[in-house]
Ligand binder design. Structure first.
Ligand code: M6R
Length: 617
């Protein structure tokens, strides 16, 4: 989603901003812009639609004067189409005060504000909500605020919605002020120069010291240092965290795309989780859950979005099966607004790769305000969700760059499995079953590696999918979430419409779609006791001449009659214990989406319209 970079007191301000924006490209965007404050104190603006290269070209065609202060932005369009006029920074002025602003999030009451500001003489040049921000701040400066931070504080009282923004004021070189509410913003503490960014990655190589702002903090950076006001306008100190971002800067490591690299990293991610979160002697899970009373938990809500939601559905299977505790899994965007009743003894779990997804964060805050214990599974331990939690499980997947999540999904599934086993242990459930599942997890990295290397049958299938407009994915039990995840992946990067259902649901509606042109991907393991049921569903597809793609193991294949088998496209996976089958079955579906997308020539790592971290509701 949108990205912000700001710098003061660095003679390479323009280059730092452009490099920072390039590091944030992976988050998804459709236009970009930069504003610098030149040596005569004037704001200079350059903006362009499309990839960052278009902005770089624009700055080459119309060079900026030298400057030590700059702000930049990658925009993912919400209010207003991706046009140059709607790209950030936006400029606003009242009286003698002229400001440039870059903003992530949404100012929900922007229409009221536009009307109000219009009466004060503001002229809007874009369709964005953002353009109100510099005008509201300039009005505060014009009326009573003595300093930029005071004006920002006054302005934030007027804004509804979520935001992170950075303001630059004309005639005020080497000063930037930024604030946040609901969307991330951090300060990079440098030597002589200081920085603001929506993601520390933008500042990698410039500093390793970061301050993560709390909601409504207002940070002002100058060459001399950083000063922060809290939401009440009082000076406050926030801790400085030291982050090593060198591995985050690693490139594709010889792979054609980050997505493929990340698929290949999955065995190592699982090994790291097992090494960190299991006792090497008895294999028992040892997740860092000291902040929680596991034995006292009576029910669980798991909240997430997208791929994290599907991983959460696998988590539900594990927790209910092993710990025998009821689990509700819900998409975050629905959970908060239905005003769910909470009961004592409830645990609220948020699952999020980024830890910044606006819907999940809002649901978490709702549950926290209601007194629920909060556990967060995230890949970013400095994220807003991690900071709000009673306990945090680090997914240890390493930075995920491709928009389509793969290794984080794998890490979520494994970590939730470990959580279920640890909870089961705390609840006194059968030790033998827990041990058996822990042993199965130990074998997972090797199975994943061999599965990742098995691309031939998928490549053959890819050719058949090139002209396909629609697909169906089916799975039962803990493989139903994998069907959902497989359909999401092929939609996201190969732009093929795909529906996923729990296999048993097919006959309640989607079967109407089945004809000889419809590829139906079925997932079935011989080890979960549900294989025969799935074969019945396969027969229903076969009877209607659907194109069956069956992902199963050798035992499963042996159970099929040869006539049916000959009509199917078979993708073989190893025979594995049911506990790890979801993870093993995930790999061919990731690769199928990847290979189809590359054959179609789509932008695999940054697919159209998508953002990596969705920080708006
Ligand atoms: O960062 P999160 O895990 O909270 O993100 C949730 C979803 O936005 C994310 O999983 C999305 O669905 C991915 N594009 C899936 O590939």
């Amino acid at each position: 989603m949108c990205g912000i970079v700001g710098v003061v007191s660095n003679p390479s301000a323009k280059d730092i901003v452009l490099t920072g924006l390039q590091r944030l490209e992976y988050r998804g965007y459709d236009s970009a812009g930069i504003a610098t404050l030149n040596s005569s104190g004037s704001i200079e603006l350059r903006r362009a639609v499309g990839k960052l290269q278009a902005l770089v070209t624009e700055t080459e065609t119309n060079p900026l004067q030298s400057a030590t202060t700059g702000i930049g932005h990658t925009r993912w369009a919400t209010h207003g189409a991706p046009t140059t006029a709607n790209a950030h920074p936006h400029i606003g002025h009242m009286g003698k005060h002229k400001l440039a602003v870059v903003h992530n999030g949404i100012i929900e009451n922007y229409q009221e504000l536009r009307a109000e500001l219009g009466q004060l003489g503001a002229t809007f040049h874009s369709q964005t909500d953002t353009e109100t921000i510099p005008y509201v701040i300039a009005t505060a400066l014009e009326r009573s605020a003595e300093t930029l931070p005071q004006a920002v504080h006054a302005a934030t009282q007027k804004f509804r919605g979520s935001f992170a923004f950075v303001v630059m004021q004309e005639d005020q070189p080497d000063v930037l002020t930024g604030t946040r509410r609901g969307a991330p913003l951090c300060v990079g503490v440098g030597e002589g120069a200081n920085y603001l960014a929506s993601d520390p990655l933008a500042l990698a190589g410039l500093t390793s010291k970061f301050i993560f702002l709390e909601d409504d903090d207002i940070a002002t950076i100058t060459p001399k240092g950083v000063s922060i006001l809290d939401g009440k306008g009082k000076p406050v100190d926030r801790p400085v965290k030291v982050l090593d971002l060198t591995t985050d800067l690693a490139g594709k490591n010889g792979f054609k795309h980050f997505m493929l690299k990340e698929i290949h990293e999955q065995p190592a991610v699982v090994s790291r989780l097992l090494q960190s979160y299991t006792n090497p002697v008895d294999l028992s899970p040892v997740l860092p859950l000291q902040g929680l009373n596991l034995a006292g938990i009576t029910h669980i809500n798991i909240i997430a979005c997208g791929t994290a939601y599907y991983a959460s559905l696998i988590g539900k299977h594990y927790i209910e099966q092993f710990a025998r505790i009821p689990v509700n899994v819900e998409v975050a965007s629905e959970f908060r607004y239905r005003n769910p009743p909470y009961q004592k003894g409830g645990l609220f779990i948020a699952v999020s790769q980024s830890g910044e997804t606006a819907d999940t964060l809002a649901a978490l805050e709702h549950a926290k305000a209601a007194g629920q214990n909060i556990l967060v599974f995230t890949n970013v331990t400095t994220s807003s969700m991690a900071r709000a939690a009673d306990a945090v499980v680090d997914l240890m997947a390493g930075r995920e760059i491709a928009v389509a999540s793969t290794k984080a999904f794998m890490a979520m599934s494994v970590a939730l499995g470990l959580f279920a086993l640890q909870l089961a242990g705390a609840k006194g459930q059968a030790a033998a079953e827990i041990l058996e599942a822990s042993r199965a997890l130990r074998t997972l990295p090797a199975f994943l590696s061999s599965q990742i290397a098995t691309t031939k049958p998928l490549e053959e299938l890819t050719e058949k999918l090139l002209e396909t407009g629609s697909m169906l994915y089916l799975g039962r039990g803990s493989l139903a979430p994998i069907a959902f995840e497989g359909a999401l992946k092929i939609k996201e990067i190969a732009y093929i419409h795909a529906e996923a259902y729990a296999s048993g649901e097919m006959k309640h509606g989607p079967i109407a779609l089945v004809d000889k042109s419809l590829p139906v991907v079925n997932l079935a393991t011989s080890t979960d006791g549900l294989f025969e049921k799935t074969v019945s569903n396969l027969k229903e597809v076969e009877a209607r001449h659907g194109q069956i793609i069956l992902v199963t193991d050798a035992e499963g294949i042996a159970k099929l009659d040869s006539a049916s088998r000959d009509k199917m496209h078979l993708i073989t996976v190893p025979t594995v214990p049911a506990f790890i089958a979801p993870m093993v079955f995930t790999v061919p579906l990731q690769l199928l989406a990847y290979l189809t997308a590359t054959a179609k020539g789509t932008d695999v790592d940054q697919p159209r319209n998508l953002a990596k971290s969705v920080t708006v509701e």
